[in-house]
Design a protein around this ligand. Structure first.
Ligand code: FES
Length: 102
C-alpha cells in the first residue's frame, strides 16, 4: 500500500492507494473530491502533475488531453496510472493556479 499526497481544489489530502489501483479510484473510494470524468483516459479532467514518486502510466490515453511532451514531463492521467512508490500529485487546475498560468 502506498501513500498519496494530493493537492486538489486548493486543499491537501492524504490517502492510501494499492499498487494495482489508480490514484483516482482510491481517492473516490475515500470520498476525496478528485476531478473526474470518463475514467478511461479520454477527457483529461483527472490530469495531474506528479511532483514526487514513481508510477506507471497506461499508454492507452487521449493524445489530445495528454500529449507525449506532457507525459514525458511527469504529467499523467490519474485514471490511467498506478503507483510504484508513495506519490505526491497536484491536479492540473491547482498546478496552473499555483503557477499563475490562468
Ligand atoms: S477521467 Fe477522463 S481522462 Fe481520467
Amino acid at each position: 500500500m502506498y501513500k498519496v499526497s494530493l493537492k486538489a481544489r486548493s486543499q491537501e489530502f492524504e490517502y492510501n492507494c494499492s499498487p494495482n489501483q489508480t490514484p483516482l479510484k482510491a481517492a473516490r473510494d475515500n470520498f476525496i473530491p478528485f476531478p473526474t470524468g470518463c475514467q478511461r483516459g479520454g477527457c483529461g479532467m483527472c490530469k495531474v502533475k506528479v511532483l514526487d514518486g514513481e508510477y506507471e502510466h497506461e499508454l492507452v490515453r487521449s493524445h489530445e488531453y495528454l500529449p507525449d511532451e506532457e507525459l514525458n514531463n511527469r504529467f499523467a492521467l490519474a485514471c490511467c496510472m498506478t503507483p510504484k512508490s508513495n506519490l505526491e500529485i497536484i491536479t492540473i487546475e491547482d498546478y496552473e493556479k499555483q503557477n499563475n498560468r490562468i
